[in-house]
Design a protein around this ligand. Structure first.
Ligand code: 5AD
Ligand code: SF4
Length: 463
């Protein structure tokens, strides 16, 4: 074959997954692969999967079903399943989908290029002699993704990057598969993170998002004085960095020093993803979240007293086993009290192997759907009111790119709100621009650009 082999990778899941995808792509590109525009053009089709909810898994199973037909026509095609489903289902996956060539868990991405190469070689042999070759299965404790030397050039946006600061989760949440797919918490030392961020900044990054399942528990596996607050202070010293965000935080680790960092460090992003999951103490106990509603609210009050501008984001699960109308009403009440800027609402789905999967999934599907819709409506009302209150204000917007609507650009405020504004010749992705909000749209804001000489360009860029 004269042209380089092409891969196509799709991610189904969280930010952690998307970062894994960048690391995998960075390995493949370094090994001479090219990215294909669609999976129809690819020699290697990779699905980077997530097990947190049934829905994400269902999408992967159905995509694998579609790929089965293509694989019959093109036996040389490599089909790979990466990530949490690979870790979780391993041999079951190969038994149910025998056309899958490659199964690689998140802890074994370090030499993904070699594994893809092996799968291609086996397929070539198979096509030659018609015999079934073995699959490549790599799910054990391999080289963690963090050990991959990251190519700073492989990332979706020039000025934005995700940075993993810890992997795994040690929390005992009854419904959650993450501790079993991603393992125990492992934090990366402060100097290692700072060095990676510095390299990204040297390549034009000005906004980073630190990633961890419980990112504010960062460092507790290293030593007492390694904390997220310390890391934020260290990163704040990098002059090129204009925004530092971090997701996802657990309410139990919202410590006073983190609240101080949010209040005192101007370049730390003004939003906090602090999933409440439920507003009922009974449910929180069953979920083993380790806090009560009163404790959650008191943390929120402490935060708001010190840093009133922080936009709070939450996750909620509706239809957890045993959830009554009264439990659900308590969740609505919590949402009304806190007025989150954004919430993800999930219908409970039992994950095999978790504690809650041993209980009957007894809230009927239509009840879950109804509660899901009600919570989303409440959230919607708050989003609308919030957006209305911003009309007339000037926001600093980091430009992400052209919007889907012709003639408009899109960016985000420091609170992570999406803003569209009419284009101008001098706008480039990566600029920080002052935009006056003129209208509240559904989930976004419409604005107008203020005088362009206010434009703040990223280091090294020219307009
Ligand atoms: N069912 C529904 N939602 C879940 N989440 C995690 N596990 C489950 C499950 N079994 C949600 C939680 C978490 C988010 C990432 O996914 O709200 O915060
Ligand atoms: Fe899952 Fe709980 Fe860990 Fe979040 S904190 S990843 S919900 S176990």
């Amino acid at each position: 074959m004269s042209r380089p082999p092409r891969y196509h990778l799709t991610s189904y899941g969280c930010q952690m997954n998307k970062l894994d995808a960048e690391l995998v792509e960075s390995r493949l590109v370094a090994a001479g692969y090219e990215s294909a525009a669609s999976d129809a053009d690819a020699d290697v089709v990779l699905l980077n999967t997530c097990s947190v909810r049934q829905h994400a898994e269902d999408r992967v199973w159905s995509r694998l079903g579609v790929l089965r037909a293509r694989k019959r026509r093109e036996p040389g095609l490599v089909v790979g399943v990466l990530g949490c489903m690979a870790q979780e289902h391993q041999r079951y996956l190969l038994a149910r989908m025998p056309h899958v060539d490659l199964v690689v868990g998140p802890s074994a991405f370090g030499d993904i290029d070699v594994k893809v190469g092996e799968a291609r070689a086996r397929n070539a042999e198979k096509s030659g002699d018609g015999k079934q070759g073995a699959h490549v299965l790599a799910v054990g404790e391999g080289v963690s993704g963090d050990a991959i030397v990251r190519d700073p050039r492989v990332r979706p946006h020039r000025s934005q990057a995700w940075v993993s600061v810890m992997r795994g989760c040690n929390m005992p949440c009854s419904y959650c598969i993450v501790p079993s797919t991603r393992g125990q918490e492992i934090s990366r030392p402060i100097d290692v993170v700072v060095e990676e961020v510095q390299r990204l900044c040297d390549d034009g990054v000005t906004e980073i998002t630190l990633l961890g399942q419980t990112v504010n528990a960062y460092g507790r596996d290293l030593s007492r004085d390694v904390t997220l607050a310390r890391l934020l202070h260290a990163l704040h010293a990098i002059p090129a960095l204009r925004r530092i965000a971090f997701i996802t935080s657990h309410p139990n680790f919202l410590s006073p020093d983190l609240i101080d960092a949010l209040a005192d460090l101007p370049r730390v992003a003004r939003f906090l993803h602090l999933p409440a999951q439920s507003g009922s103490d009974r449910m929180l106990k069953a979920m083993r979240r380790g806090y009560t509603v009163a404790r959650y609210l008191s943390r929120v009050e402490q935060l708001r007293a010190r840093a009133p501008q922080i936009a709070l984001h939450s996750d909620f699960i509706v239809g957890y086993p045993g959830e009554t109308e009264a439990d659900f009403e308590a969740t609505v009440e919590l949402m009304e009290r806190v007025r989150f800027a954004q919430s993800y609402v999930f219908k409970y789905s039992p994950r095999p192997g978790t504690l809650s999967a041993e209980q009957a999934d007894d809230v009927p599907e239509d009840k879950k759907a109804e509660r899901n819709a009600i919570l989303l409506q409440v959230q919607e009302r708050h989003i609308q009111a919030d957006a209305q209150a911003l009309v007339g204000t000037v926001q600093e917007v980091l430009v992400e790119g052209e919007s889907k609507v012709d003639g408009r650009w899109t960016g985000r405020t420091v609170h992570h709100r999406l803003v569209h504004f009419p284009s101008s010749d001098r706008v480039v992705a990566g600029c920080y621009l002052p935009v006056r909000v003129t209208q509240a749209l559904g989930h976004s804001l419409l604005g107008e650009l203020l005088a362009e000489d206010h434009a703040v360009l990223p280091a090294g860029a020219t307009a």
